[in-house]
Design a protein around this ligand. Structure first.
Ligand code: DGL
Length: 273
């Protein structure tokens, strides 16, 4: 059995947590949803850096995970070097899936939908220069989409029109017609896929980092000698008796998230004052 800590500003943790659960249901997950400091995408770099360092430090005093996943593009594009320098625990970061998108795109025109912070990061531009040098990457800061994703987990319906408004810049972009691949560069966004993707041409390919993170985590755990057997399939599907636990920690009292977290498979929820 392995223990993993996930950290995000909010419900973005859930998209990564789900992918990990699908690959390795045996893993015990402890997910911090930093609701008290949400949203990270609108904070300056120093604020995000010091907040995430403080959360990690606080969590590692009580919990010794086999790996930590920074389940947030906005934070990962900033904090990983510092964390890796401070701790021997392996850290896995979620960054925009530029490389797979560049490999998939036929037209060479890609939309990167992310937070303002991620769009502005030097780290993001370096990824584009290194892995998509021959592509046009249209960066779209969609902070209101982050709020909509939070809303959807709180059981307040998000309409296609809400998403359309949040992505107005993309729809009105002069090169919209040549886009064939879109990157969901914020862990909140895969939660909105059912409402979001039907708004766009059906041939668009949608890329996010969650599957790759689950695979990376599996290999980081394997390197530590923690091996996972494939979940046993019986007539009823996956044998869930080998399930690990999923524990959510909210950094502010936020009862509106409770039902949503249960729906996403969390067995226990802790609220900090
Ligand atoms: N989920 C986060 C990300 O992947 C950030 C959302 C926010 O707090 O702005 O970037």
């Amino acid at each position: 059995m392995a223990d993993v800590l996930l950290i995000d500003s909010g419900v973005g943790s859930l998209s990564i947590s789900q992918a990990i659960y699908q690959h390795m249901p045996q893993v015990n997950q402890r997910c911090v949803l930093d609701t008290a400091f949400f949203p990270y995408g609108q904070k300056n770099e120093l604020q995000v850096l010091s907040r995430v360092l403080a959360i990690v430090e606080q969590q590692l005093q009580h919990f010794s995970p086999d790996a930590v996943v920074i389940a947030c593009n906005t934070a990962s594009t900033l904090v990983l070097p510092e964390l890796r320098q401070r701790y021997s625990t392996p850290f896995i970061g979620v960054v925009p899936a530029i490389k797979p998108a560049a490999q998939l795109s036929q037209t060479g025109t890609i939309a990167l939908i992310a937070t303002q912070g991620t769009v502005d990061r030097e780290y993001t531009q370096t990824l584009i220069n290194d892995f998509a040098p021959n592509c046009q990457v249209i960066k779209v800061a969609a902070s209101s989409l982050v709020a909509l994703s939070e809303q959807s987990v709180r059981n307040k319906p998000v309409t296609p029109e809400d998403c359309r408004l949040a992505l107005r810049f993309l729809f009105e972009h002069p090169d919209f017609a040549s886009i064939d691949t879109a990157i969901l560069g914020c862990t909140h966004f895969p939660l909105l896929k059912p409402v979001l993707t039907p708004l766009f041409p059906s041939q668009w390919q949608w890329v996010d980092s969650s599957e790759a993170i689950a695979r990376r985590l599996s290999s980081v755990l394997n390197e530590q000698g923690i091996k996972f057997r494939e979940p046993k399939c019986s007539e009823g599907g996956v044998n869930i008796s080998a399930n690990g636990s999923r524990h959510a920690i909210l950094t502010s009292k936020d009862t509106s998230l409770k039902e949503g977290l249960v729906r996403y498979g969390f067995s226990s929820i802790e609220m900090m004052d």
